[in-house]
Design a protein around this ligand. Structure first.
Ligand SMILES: NC(=O)c1ccc[n+]([C@@H]2O[C@H](COP(=O)([O-])OP(=O)(O)OC[C@H]3O[C@@H](n4cnc5c(N)ncnc54)[C@H](O)[C@@H]3O)[C@@H](O)[C@H]2O)c1
Length: 367
């Protein structure tokens, strides 16, 4: 990893302190976390998770909290992107109210990116904001969504269209929890890891070398890559906490990615969609002379080695993809704005492209 990305963070035991959030990355940390949280000045905790993670880790974590004398309830909602909506947030807010949680409480987001987004937004709004802790259990959430304070839910018009910025106080990452991930979910998480490789050539070379071991879930290497990924993320978040400038480099692949994810009714996983989005946005960068064919080849090669898709599937409704892209938060009145990495990590390339040109490029001129 480029040493630039260590700037601004202060090492703490097994992790780093970023501007808003202390991050700990430690295999087996699930066991230790309740004791650490007991030392905080927080009256009561609510663990919120999804229906799958509840059975794998939620019941156990609740017991560990109780073992150290913490007051805690476990709340859950059905797993999957289909739960990432305002109805789920409303239900959770009612449940927290029924348990009479006050403002001296904190919420634990135990799960993948869906849980993190739903819980983050719930914490942002409940009683005008309560602190929350990320306890990410998918690789995607560990390397990306658990840090940065972006919280959102989907609406009938597209992905992440209702949200808020609310930074977690702690991001407690136990890479061991990824051992129980289904193969497809684990692999799809690499979409976001490859994104960091597109930003930082040093990181990409390390990823290319370590990929086979990472796909075999080599625990030590996994912890290193999770921490390095989080350091890259923290660098941009600390520079631009509200996503108005340089942090937008982290949206590489997401404008087209969100479009295909939404159009597939979330049959395509987030990381798979981002993989397609990065490849297509990379192709647009080549067509505009910002990237070389060789750079695009190396991106596609890495994605394909992992087994991630790079092309938009033919069966997806093109109008629906374009409708979702039109809703993208970065779009202005006339053009779709794409942000792709360039030579300098501090100077992302902004590409403004009209809708007709975009359609020609991503659907190969046949629509
Ligand atoms: N806020 C952000 O900055 C940000 C960044 C990137 C992605 N996201 C969001 O993250 C979401 C995708 O996250 P995801 O890929 O983690 O999906 P997810 O949260 O839906 O989790 C995928 C599946 O894995 C299961 N699971 C979670 N942990 C498990 C474990 N340890 N063992 C076994 N099963 C487990 C879940 O129950 C679910 O079925 C998308 O909604 C995306 O928009 C947010």
């Amino acid at each position: 990893m480029n040493e630039l990305f260590r700037q601004g963070t202060e090492p703490i035991e097994s992790g780093v302190r970023t501007r808003f959030t202390d991050v700990v990355v430690k295999a087996g940390y699930l066991q230790e976390a309740p004791e650490i949280l007991r030392r905080r000045d927080i009256g009561r905790y609510a663990i919120i998770t999804d229906s799958i993670v509840a059975r794998l880790y939620g019941d156990k974590l609740q017991q560990l909290f109780r073992d150290v004398g913490l007051q805690v309830e476990l709340l859950e909602f059905p797993e999957g992107e289909q739960s990432k909506n305002l109805d789920t947030v409303g239900t959770l807010v009612d449940q927290l109210g029924a348990y009479e949680y006050g403002r001296n409480s904190a919420i634990i987001a135990l799960g993948g990116g869906v849980v993190g987004d739903v819980v983050g937004l719930t914490a942002a709004g409940y009683k005008r904001g309560v602190p929350y802790v990320q306890f990410p259990t998918t690789l995607l959430a560990q390397v990306d969504s658990s840090l940065g304070g972006k919280t959102a839910v989907d609406t009938s018009h597209g992905k992440n269209l209702f949200g808020a910025f609310h930074h977690p106080i702690l991001d407690l990452v136990d890479p061991k929890t990824t051992l129980t991930l289904p193969e497809r979910v684990y692999k799809s998480s690499f979409g976001e890891v490859v994104k960091y490789g597109a930003i930082d050539p040093h990181f990409r070379r390390e990823l290319e070398e370590g990929l086979d071991a990472l796909l075999r879930k080599d625990a030590e290497l996994l912890s290193k890559f999770v921490l390095d990924s989080l350091l890259i993320k923290a660098f941009y978040v600390d520079k631009d906490p509200f996503d108005k400038g340089v942090r937008q480099i982290l949206n590489f692949g997401h404008t087209i990615g969100h479009g295909v994810e939404f159009a597939s009714d979330y049959e395509l996983l987030h990381g798979e969609s981002v993989s397609i989005g990065m490849s297509q946005e990379g192709r647009i960068a080549v067509s505009r002379g910002h990237w070389t064919e060789k750079e695009l080849y190396s991106l596609n090669n890495l994605l394909q080695r992992i087994g991630l898709p790079t092309e938009i599937p033919d069966y997806l409704d093109k109008q629906k993809i374009m409708g979702a892209i039109r809703q993208d938060k970065k779009k202005d009145d006339r053009n779709v704005k794409l942000v792709v990495p360039g030579q300098d990590p501090l100077t992302p390339i902004e590409i403004k492209i009209g809708e007709d040109d975009l359609v020609q490029l991503i659907f190969r001129a046949d629509s």
